[in-house]
Design a protein around this ligand. Sequence first.
Ligand code: GLA
Length: 379
Amino acid sequence: MKTQIHEKFVSLFGEGGTQFASAGRINLIGEHTDYNGGYVFPGAIDKGIVAEIKLNGTGKVRAYSLDYNAQTEFGLNEEDAPKEQWARYIFGVCRETIKRGGKVEGFDTVFAGDVPLGAGLSSSAALESTFAFALNELFHNGIDKFELAKIGQSTEHNYCGVKCGIMDQFASVFGREGCLIRLDCRSLEYEYFPFDPNGYKLVLINSLVKHSLGNEYNERRESCEKAVALMNEQFGQVETLRDANYQMLEAVKGSLTDEDYRRAKYVLDEKERVLAVCDALNEGDYELVGKKMYETHWGLSRDYTVSCPELDFLVEIASECGVTGSRIMGGGFGGCTINLVRDTIADLFISKAKREHARRFGIIPEIYHVVIGNGSRKL
Ligand code: GLA
């Protein structure tokens, strides 16, 4: 991929530039908790986005996407937003950097990725983080790493219509080989956890149902915010669901729709599960980790309502095969399940999942073996 990018860059713009990369991510547990001030447990993967970039001495960005085989050009003022979605990510990162007082001038770029799109592996965060990190280096802006992640998040909010949390961009920037990272999304404290579960592996199964986050995601967030507003009115000091407990939620249940209530309850349940998983990881109790993953899945499916028949089916197959843990990963509505599988049954499970999914839905899911890699970097 790196050579292809370089060759294209030279053919389009003459002399080559500098390459930067950022990663896609997995998340062991803690789903839809980030924008609720809770904990998440992501890690960067060995797949991501690579971009070659060179300043061009103009006020314009000339960008070429190898994957879409498409080129565009845009200026750096608010009214210059390009119409191509892929270019809006880059434009958004430029604008958010400028809003934070950073310098950004014209540049040429060619980029490509090997994170499957719409699979719940955060290809968009990888793209944002690559450019946020690169512009910071190239223009010597001295913006700290958390702010770089926030530049990506604000790009989603302000230029792509997704009111996402911080998890994906955080993992993409901060990832470290071999480690998962527990992030407290309220205090932004984080801790690296070496993850090498002896006798188990992490396997992703991509249902190939393309997910794109938008309205449905934002609606989940609104449900949580409604519950927060009511509890805050009654009890005070409830800024996010992180500050709430079951008694508070029960007290406002009558004023919430059943849908909003169940979504808020899911978030409270998930908060407890993440903490239980942290303890279980410290004890090396992967069976308990797996049990919690299944609970998360059914919470996401029945209460948070972000699953789909294909994902529920894949989790059921996992359970029938005796897989330790299995659940939807990421925002939901399609994409991958993440599976914690004992080495001894991995092959059997994978072939059964492929076969049964194909029989039921007419499509063979893709399998990815997770390798936990590094976050944003210059190559
Ligand atoms: C998407 C969002 C994240 C997070 C997850 C669900 O990936 O971008 O911020 O909310 O969904 O955990």
